[in-house]
Design a protein. Sequence first.
Length: 427
Amino acid sequence: MPDLFDQNLVKDQPLAERLRPKSLADFVGQQKIIGPKTVLYQAIQLDQIPSMIFWGPPGSGKTTLARIIANVTKSFFVPASAVTTGVSEVRKIIEESLWRKKTHQQRTILFLDEIHRFNKSQQDALLPAVENGTIILIGATTENPSFEVNGALLSRTKVFVLEKLNVKDLMVLIKRAAQDPKIFVGQKIELTEEAILFLAQMADGDARAALNSLELAVQTTRALKNGIIKVSLDKVKEAFQRQHLLYDKNGEEHYNIISALHKSLRASKVDAALYWLARMLEAGEDPLYVARRLVRFAAEDVGIKAPQALSLAVATFTACQQIGLPECKVHLAELVVFLAKIPKSNACYVAYEKVAKLVKNEPLYPVPLFLRNAPTKLMKELDYGKDYVYPYSENPMSGGSTQSKKSSTEQSFLPEAIKDLKFWNYD
């Protein structure tokens, strides 16, 4: 006879948690990193897992995959959040892991969610234990680890990039949730194909968003006389809209808001830019995420018109790193006002994109002989560096740089096949 207490525990868990698979066979998506022929799959099967970082968008399976790895390798799983775990907690976890390894010969996997929120001292506390194998670290982040994880720790981990789940994968998860009697305990769910497709498309690759909306739709649909809960497309649409209003309120739709900030800055709308900045910061957005985007804006959208904008943006990023919230809000506000009011130019961005497109789509043309380095006699005999004209020379009498008597204007400096191309149109 089923345990009623256990059933109630399961029923009280969020749908995404109830549906979380425990084996690789049940894991949906991410075949590029976890397919049967991949390095990670083989490492799990051979029980030779390294410390690693999962970098991917929300709802892509980072936590689920970490739990499956611990389950398959029979490792002790310690979940922790970088938001609430300090240095003292890290040291305690390491001590317990060392004891567990010595007394039970059991490996410990520390799953650190939002590892990008760990500061340098917290990351440094982890480093020795990761290096000597006391713990296997699995970090999860939605941010580029190259920016947020210090080099020493990053060099001792393998980064796996998870992608948004596609519509087909999400439809599999939604159908599994509706059809498995252990998921909606004591309820029989029917979903139309239109409702399933709508959820899969609108979730934008986020399994958690799709399942949360499905659960809300089920909870707000009255059962028929035969006990079946038949969820219509309209009910799913209503639930999805309500769920996303909550996301907006809690600041989780930050991509829309950062886009609004970016476009307000481009249009020099100071008030709007400040509003969108406050929407993010007051909702709990990571200030370093905002600061990074503003550093990019300073180069991409202000550019050559005001090169000092990049220096101010980098200085603001450093200030946010050093003093954090709430003090760094004023630094970000100052930068936003400056970037909104300053003249704009995307000439550098446009020029580079032109060059990048050419490099990707055309042959890699050889470097002209006169531009080549000639450190050996053979290279000189092959005319490496021959006829190179120095563009300027130092004139000690004038105290500055002057143009050489020989002109370099007749030399293209581009490969011969593209010597007449122009990428830069600002001057």
